[in-house]
Design a binder for this molecule. Structure first.
Ligand code: NAD
Ligand code: MG
Length: 386
């Protein structure tokens, strides 16, 4: 039986890995929608290669370009943020949410409200609006399948068990490219150095988040929503080889871990095939070649993102959305060379310190906190730059 699937963020790192997997068994999948922000040629090529029903380009001004690139294909063309949400409401069996940043929030929420299976890579949406998203899951009966490798690992370690029997969840972290750098060394790093992750090949934004370790902070908040055992029971452990993707300790002190090569196609395949399994072209794990696995405690002084994320999670309300939005602005400013690497966390901390508002009640409230944080962060970027 073919399954109808849509991929949001189809031109990105997770999106193309998903297309790579489904392209290996065309009969199993029927592609409904593919979306991208601005890369018209890549979106058009993917839509043609996978015979998509609809292609959506996020930037409205690129509608005519996409229309032309898909002329004669019979593929429907849409553009703009609203179109992304409309297309997320189409009838499908499985959706990959792989847009980066808060831009993915509304389409992801719309897909969850439909009540089918949603594979979630877009962690920023869960960080900003996790409460509302988990409510949508409960209300619609949707199946939320975590794709982030750590959360997918935890999901696998929990199979057949009760969350109330879990004592501790440990998120592993590679430590990123600057794991052994001093603060002085970090002050001088360039965007090119920071996007070079030692183990994973990923999009630019998450690569910078891995270098600041804010990624692990965002993942802490993500885990808190997906596996509600209490923030204090979720730990972070630095494990430079990225072989153990996370661990779950039960009340009897038995600990389960999920291991695999650092290739996102493994967790994506798990979410695609769930509750079954599918073959992948990924490297099998060769522990003899790897030889040893190392572990160390995370350093919250050199990597303040870890502390800021835990504080924002504890404060709740609009704090996580504020943390996330300020971080998105600061990461973009670093990537474009406007601020230094250490300014990223400083900006997030300053924006969070200036935030005080009642708890957002709905998506509009979350987006308001997000917008205010972006404005505040942009003002600080200008000041730092001057
Ligand atoms: P990426 O930058 O490679 O791709 C992002 C995708 O989102 C692209 O298709 C882009 O066109 C689209 N997009 C960007 N801005 C948009 C906007 N404003 N509106 C609509 N579409 C937009 O990113 P990625 O590395 O594939 O990451 C995607 C998500 O998955 C992120 O939330 C990331 O944290 C998460 N994730 C990625 C990895 C990984 O290995 N890459 C691992 C775990 C989690
Ligand atoms: Mg991860």
């Amino acid at each position: 039986m073919t399954r109808r699937i849509s991929i949001f963020g189809a031109t990105g790192s997770v999106g193309t890995s998903t297309l790579d997997l489904i392209g290996r068994d065309d009969d199993a999948w029927s592609v409904v929608a593919l979306t991208a922000h601005s890369d018209v040629p890549a979106l058009a090529a993917a839509a043609r290669a996978h015979s998509a029903e609809v292609a959506v380009i996020g930037q409205e001004a690129l509608y005519a370009d996409l229309k032309e690139a898909l002329s004669g294909s019979g593929i429907e063309v849409e553009a703009g943020a609203e179109a992304l949400v409309d297309v997320a409401r189409l009838d499908v069996d499985w959706t990959m949410a792989a847009i980066v940043g808060t831009a993915g929030l509304e389409p992801t929420l719309a897909a969850l409200e439909r009540g089918n299976s949603v594979a979630l890579a877009n962690k920023e949406s869960l960080v900003s609006a996790g409460g509302l998203m988990m409510e949508a899951v409960r209300a619609s009966g949707a199946t939320l399948l975590p794709v982030d490798s750590e959360h997918n690992a935890i999901f696998q370690c929990l199979a057949g068990s009760r969350l109330e029997d879990v004592r501790r969840i440990t998120l592993t972290a590679s430590g990123g490219p600057f794991r052994e750098f001093t603060r002085d060394q970090m002050a001088a790093v360039t965007p090119a150095q920071a996007v070079k992750h030692p183990n994973w090949s990923m999009g630019a934004k998450i690569s910078i988040d891995s270098a600041t370790m804010m990624n692990k902070g965002l993942e802490l908040i993500e885990a808190d929503h997906l596996f509600p055992i209490g923030l204090d029971n979720i730990d972070i452990l630095v494990h430079p080889q990225s072989v153990i993707h996370s661990l779950v300790e039960y009340r009897d002190h038995s600990t389960l871990a999920q291991l695999g090569s650092p290739d996102m196609r493994i967790p994506i395949a798990h979410a695609l095939a769930w509750p079954k399994r599918m073959a992948t072209p990924c490297q099998p794990l060769d522990l003899v070649t790897i030889g040893r696995l190392d572990f160390e405690a995370p350093d919250q002084v050199r990597f303040p993102g870890l502390r800021l994320a835990r504080e924002a999670a504890r404060a709740g309300g609009g704090h996580p959305a504020t943390l996330n939005a300020a971080n998105e602005v600061a990461v973009a400013a670093f990537l474009s060379g406007r601020i230094g690497f250490l300014d990223i966390a400083t900006i997030v901390e300053e924006v969070l310190a200036g935030y005080s508002a009642p708890k957002p009640r709905d998506i509009a409230g979350i987006l308001e906190a997000d917008g205010q944080a972006r404005e505040a962060a942009s003002r600080i970027v200008e000041r730092v730059q001057a």
